[in-house]
Design a protein around this ligand. Structure first.
Ligand SMILES: [Fe+2]
Length: 199
Protein backbone atom coordinates (compact mmCIF):
# COMPACT_ATOMS: atom_id res chain seq x y z
CA UNK A 1 0.00 0.00 0.00
CA UNK A 2 2.81 2.40 0.82
CA UNK A 3 4.00 1.85 -2.79
CA UNK A 4 0.62 2.85 -4.22
CA UNK A 5 0.39 5.86 -1.92
CA UNK A 6 3.78 7.10 -3.11
CA UNK A 7 2.25 7.84 -6.50
CA UNK A 8 -0.65 9.82 -5.10
CA UNK A 9 0.08 13.54 -5.52
CA UNK A 10 -2.63 14.30 -2.98
CA UNK A 11 -0.94 12.11 -0.38
CA UNK A 12 2.44 13.76 -1.00
CA UNK A 13 1.15 17.31 -0.92
CA UNK A 14 -1.02 16.86 2.13
CA UNK A 15 1.59 15.01 4.21
CA UNK A 16 2.36 18.28 6.03
CA UNK A 17 -1.24 18.33 7.23
CA UNK A 18 -0.92 15.02 9.00
CA UNK A 19 2.44 16.01 10.49
CA UNK A 20 0.70 19.15 11.84
CA UNK A 21 -2.08 17.05 13.38
CA UNK A 22 0.42 14.67 14.94
CA UNK A 23 2.10 17.64 16.61
CA UNK A 24 -1.27 18.46 18.24
CA UNK A 25 -2.21 14.90 19.12
CA UNK A 26 0.59 12.30 18.96
CA UNK A 27 -1.92 9.44 19.40
CA UNK A 28 -3.38 10.07 15.94
CA UNK A 29 -0.05 9.35 14.22
CA UNK A 30 0.16 5.67 15.09
CA UNK A 31 -3.62 5.33 14.94
CA UNK A 32 -3.64 6.59 11.33
CA UNK A 33 -0.87 4.24 10.23
CA UNK A 34 -2.68 1.19 11.58
CA UNK A 35 -6.00 2.31 10.13
CA UNK A 36 -4.36 2.72 6.69
CA UNK A 37 -3.04 -0.84 6.82
CA UNK A 38 -6.24 -2.42 8.11
CA UNK A 39 -8.57 -0.50 5.76
CA UNK A 40 -6.36 -1.43 2.81
CA UNK A 41 -6.46 -5.12 3.72
CA UNK A 42 -10.25 -4.99 3.83
CA UNK A 43 -10.31 -3.05 0.53
CA UNK A 44 -8.22 -5.75 -1.13
CA UNK A 45 -10.57 -8.45 0.23
CA UNK A 46 -13.47 -6.46 -1.32
CA UNK A 47 -11.57 -6.50 -4.63
CA UNK A 48 -11.36 -2.73 -4.94
CA UNK A 49 -9.52 -1.37 -7.98
CA UNK A 50 -6.08 0.19 -7.44
CA UNK A 51 -7.45 3.74 -7.73
CA UNK A 52 -10.04 3.04 -5.04
CA UNK A 53 -7.36 1.51 -2.81
CA UNK A 54 -5.31 4.70 -3.15
CA UNK A 55 -8.34 6.85 -2.30
CA UNK A 56 -9.04 4.60 0.69
CA UNK A 57 -5.40 4.79 1.85
CA UNK A 58 -5.26 8.58 1.54
CA UNK A 59 -8.61 8.93 3.30
CA UNK A 60 -7.46 6.65 6.12
CA UNK A 61 -4.29 8.71 6.43
CA UNK A 62 -6.17 12.00 6.81
CA UNK A 63 -9.50 10.89 8.25
CA UNK A 64 -9.03 12.81 11.51
CA UNK A 65 -7.11 15.79 10.09
CA UNK A 66 -10.05 18.04 11.02
CA UNK A 67 -9.05 17.56 14.68
CA UNK A 68 -6.49 20.30 13.99
CA UNK A 69 -9.43 22.67 14.44
CA UNK A 70 -10.64 21.20 17.75
CA UNK A 71 -9.63 23.19 20.86
CA UNK A 72 -7.10 21.56 23.20
CA UNK A 73 -9.64 21.64 26.06
CA UNK A 74 -11.65 19.08 24.05
CA UNK A 75 -9.00 17.29 21.98
CA UNK A 76 -6.67 16.68 24.90
CA UNK A 77 -9.19 16.35 27.69
CA UNK A 78 -8.02 13.52 29.96
CA UNK A 79 -11.47 12.01 30.44
CA UNK A 80 -14.86 11.54 28.86
CA UNK A 81 -16.31 14.44 26.88
CA UNK A 82 -19.56 16.01 28.05
CA UNK A 83 -22.42 16.56 25.59
CA UNK A 84 -21.29 20.03 24.47
CA UNK A 85 -17.67 18.93 24.07
CA UNK A 86 -18.81 15.91 22.08
CA UNK A 87 -20.72 18.19 19.68
CA UNK A 88 -17.50 20.15 19.13
CA UNK A 89 -15.51 16.94 18.56
CA UNK A 90 -18.07 15.76 16.01
CA UNK A 91 -17.28 18.75 13.78
CA UNK A 92 -13.88 17.20 12.92
CA UNK A 93 -15.26 15.27 9.96
CA UNK A 94 -16.62 18.43 8.27
CA UNK A 95 -13.47 20.36 9.18
CA UNK A 96 -11.40 17.59 7.59
CA UNK A 97 -13.53 17.70 4.45
CA UNK A 98 -12.95 21.47 4.14
CA UNK A 99 -9.20 21.13 4.61
CA UNK A 100 -8.90 18.45 1.92
CA UNK A 101 -11.10 20.36 -0.55
CA UNK A 102 -8.96 23.46 -0.08
CA UNK A 103 -5.97 21.66 -1.62
CA UNK A 104 -7.78 21.77 -5.01
CA UNK A 105 -5.88 18.64 -6.09
CA UNK A 106 -7.57 16.26 -8.55
CA UNK A 107 -8.47 13.52 -6.02
CA UNK A 108 -9.31 15.96 -3.23
CA UNK A 109 -13.13 15.99 -3.69
CA UNK A 110 -13.32 12.17 -3.58
CA UNK A 111 -11.13 11.95 -0.46
CA UNK A 112 -12.91 14.91 1.16
CA UNK A 113 -16.23 13.13 0.67
CA UNK A 114 -14.99 9.94 2.36
CA UNK A 115 -13.58 11.96 5.27
CA UNK A 116 -16.87 13.82 5.69
CA UNK A 117 -18.74 10.54 6.03
CA UNK A 118 -16.36 8.37 8.09
CA UNK A 119 -18.65 8.58 11.15
CA UNK A 120 -21.94 7.82 9.39
CA UNK A 121 -23.76 4.72 10.68
CA UNK A 122 -25.41 2.05 8.53
CA UNK A 123 -28.79 2.65 10.20
CA UNK A 124 -28.64 6.43 9.73
CA UNK A 125 -27.74 7.27 13.35
CA UNK A 126 -24.28 8.69 12.54
CA UNK A 127 -22.98 12.14 11.62
CA UNK A 128 -22.76 14.67 10.01
CA UNK A 129 -25.55 13.86 7.51
CA UNK A 130 -27.27 10.79 9.03
CA UNK A 131 -26.76 8.90 5.76
CA UNK A 132 -27.73 5.22 5.81
CA UNK A 133 -27.01 1.95 3.96
CA UNK A 134 -25.63 2.30 0.44
CA UNK A 135 -26.10 6.07 0.75
CA UNK A 136 -22.84 6.09 2.72
CA UNK A 137 -19.82 6.00 0.37
CA UNK A 138 -18.44 2.44 0.26
CA UNK A 139 -14.92 3.55 1.18
CA UNK A 140 -16.28 5.42 4.21
CA UNK A 141 -18.07 2.23 5.34
CA UNK A 142 -14.76 0.32 5.13
CA UNK A 143 -12.81 3.09 6.87
CA UNK A 144 -15.32 3.17 9.72
CA UNK A 145 -14.67 -0.50 10.62
CA UNK A 146 -10.86 -0.13 10.59
CA UNK A 147 -11.10 3.11 12.60
CA UNK A 148 -13.38 1.53 15.22
CA UNK A 149 -11.25 -1.60 15.63
CA UNK A 150 -8.05 0.34 16.12
CA UNK A 151 -9.63 2.90 18.44
CA UNK A 152 -10.72 0.09 20.76
CA UNK A 153 -7.37 -1.74 20.48
CA UNK A 154 -5.37 1.23 21.73
CA UNK A 155 -5.16 2.84 25.12
CA UNK A 156 -6.74 6.29 25.49
CA UNK A 157 -7.10 8.53 28.48
CA UNK A 158 -10.63 7.22 29.04
CA UNK A 159 -10.30 3.50 28.30
CA UNK A 160 -7.82 0.64 28.53
CA UNK A 161 -6.99 -1.28 25.33
CA UNK A 162 -9.54 -4.03 24.70
CA UNK A 163 -8.64 -7.55 23.62
CA UNK A 164 -9.36 -8.81 20.12
CA UNK A 165 -12.29 -10.89 21.37
CA UNK A 166 -13.75 -7.96 23.30
CA UNK A 167 -13.48 -5.69 20.26
CA UNK A 168 -15.09 -8.20 17.92
CA UNK A 169 -17.94 -8.79 20.38
CA UNK A 170 -18.54 -5.03 20.57
CA UNK A 171 -18.38 -4.65 16.78
CA UNK A 172 -20.67 -7.65 16.11
CA UNK A 173 -23.27 -6.03 18.36
CA UNK A 174 -23.22 -3.02 16.02
CA UNK A 175 -23.54 -4.85 12.70
CA UNK A 176 -26.54 -3.38 10.87
CA UNK A 177 -26.49 -0.43 13.30
CA UNK A 178 -23.05 1.11 12.82
CA UNK A 179 -21.54 -1.31 10.32
CA UNK A 180 -22.59 -2.56 6.88
CA UNK A 181 -23.29 -6.33 7.32
CA UNK A 182 -21.81 -7.29 3.94
CA UNK A 183 -18.63 -5.28 4.54
CA UNK A 184 -18.35 -6.61 8.10
CA UNK A 185 -18.19 -10.18 6.75
CA UNK A 186 -15.03 -9.17 4.83
CA UNK A 187 -13.67 -7.40 7.89
CA UNK A 188 -14.07 -10.47 10.12
CA UNK A 189 -12.25 -12.63 7.59
CA UNK A 190 -9.39 -10.16 7.20
CA UNK A 191 -8.82 -9.27 10.85
CA UNK A 192 -8.12 -12.85 11.99
CA UNK A 193 -4.95 -13.02 9.86
CA UNK A 194 -4.08 -9.32 9.85
CA UNK A 195 -0.80 -7.98 11.32
CA UNK A 196 -3.06 -5.25 12.76
CA UNK A 197 -4.96 -7.84 14.85
CA UNK A 198 -4.49 -7.14 18.53
CA UNK A 199 -4.04 -9.87 21.18
FE1 LIG B 1 -12.88 10.52 13.18
Amino acid sequence: MQELLKFSALHRYTKALSVALHERDPYTRFHCERVINLATEVGIACKLADRELVLLGVSASFHDVGKIGIPDSVLRKPGKLDADEWEIMKTHSERGERILRATSLPDAPAVANIIRHHHEHFDGSGYPDALSGDGIPLLARILSMADSYDAMATVRAYHRPRTHEEILAAMRAEVGIKFDPSMFAHFEEVIEKSPSRTK
